[in-house]
Design a protein around this ligand. Structure first.
Ligand code: ADP
Ligand code: MG
Length: 312
């Protein structure tokens, strides 16, 4: 065997216990609007689609949730639509929520679905309106149609997963009158992971993970408990777009999701690296110190034990 072939073989063997362990498990992945691997949007989608299809083919149940902030801003600009602000917060008026719906369900969602389906008939796109997946209400009337989730109805996702499809969710919700709301995709990924009792919740973003100091590239936090993250939020160390990810991670792990991860979507195949290698990558969030101790014990455990469901 050449060196390269034996490396491939050892990589596959290293993956074996993880493949066994995750078979049949639900993994919710939030694909960030800014998270791009490769050198173009096309590359990024292609690499991401390969990871998702591979997960599905080894027996996992991936669910993709996406936002589209940059794409919505781009279309608004092209349409010459100005964004209003109230107390520094962006207002989503009736026209803006219509643009958001067009971009999310008409552009970003079918792009993701098509990229996955290059490999077979796997992905089905839904928005939160389909099967009343995401019920929402206005967060604050002054902000217009920015919604908070009031309820998740998982039937449509469960049906798709039972039929071995990969659901791809655009995060538009609706209230009982059918009015549409734009909903933060990080938040939706978290509540869907909880509602589906997922094994993992994964955020792909544009930074290598959580940093103890945003300006310091060497300050990556590799593992944290929910309580530790609450403290970091209180200290103001978690800011901006990281806040909804972190609060969803802490809520998810406290409500039964086994592990949550914040990963760098700019790294090619970062999902596979996280799922199928023992090193771990990015930031991992678990419920408490016991769960963290268990993780550390597993890292040193032998593969057979791991495949059997981990050490006690
Ligand atoms: P996405 O499109 O993935 O939602 P966001 O820009 O909304 O991306 O959120 C990721 C950003 O959060 C990072 O690029 C970073 O600038 C910011 N951020 C704030 N606090 C932190 C922190 N403590 N660690 C890492 N990133 C942080
Ligand atoms: Mg964001």
């Amino acid at each position: 065997m050449t060196g390269e072939a034996s490396l491939t073989a050892s990589t596959l063997v290293e993956a074996l216990p993880y493949i066994r362990r995750f078979a049949g498990k639900t993994v919710v992945v939030k694909y960030g609007g800014n998270a791009l691997a490769g050198t173009s949007e096309h590359d990024a989608l292609t690499l991401f689609a390969e990871d998702i299809v591979l997960m599905r083919l080894v027996g996992m149940k991936p669910v993709v949730v996406h936002g589209g902030g940059p794409q919505i801003s781009e279309l608004m600009q092209r349409l010459g639509k100005q964004t209003e602000f109230v107390d520094g917060l962006r207002v989503t008026d009736a026209e803006t929520v219509e643009i958001a719906r067009m971009v999310l369900k008409g552009q970003v969602n079918p792009q993701l679905v098509a990229a996955i389906n290059v490999h077979g008939n796997f992905a089905v796109g839904v928005s939160g309106v389909d099967g009343r997946l995401i019920e929402a209400e206005a967060r604050d009337p002054r902000l217009g149609y920015v919604g908070d989730v009031t309820r998740i109805n998982t039937e449509v996702l469960e049906g798709l997963l039972d039929d071995e499809f990969i659901p791809v969710v655009a995060t538009i919700g609706a209230d009982e009158t059918g009015q549409a709301y734009n909903i933060n995709a990080d938040t939706v990924a978290g509540v869907i992971a909880e509602a589906l009792d997922a094994e993992k919740l994964v955020y792909l973003t544009d930074i290598e993970g959580l940093r103890r100091d945003v300006a310091d590239v060497t300050s990556l936090i590799r593992q944290a408990t929910a309580d530790e993250l609450d403290a970091l939020v209180a200290e103001g160390i978690i800011a901006g777009g990281m806040i909804p990810k972190v609060s969803s991670c802490t809520s998810a792990v406290r409500n039964g999701v086994r592990r949550a991860h914040i990963l760098d979507g700019r790294i090619a195949h970062v999902l596979l690296l996280e799922l199928f290698t023992s090193e771990g990558i990015g930031t991992m969030v678990v419920a408490d110190q016991d769960a963290l101790d268990q993780f550390r014990a597993e890292q040193h455990a032998d593969p057979a034990q791991l495949a059997a469901g981990g050490v006690a």
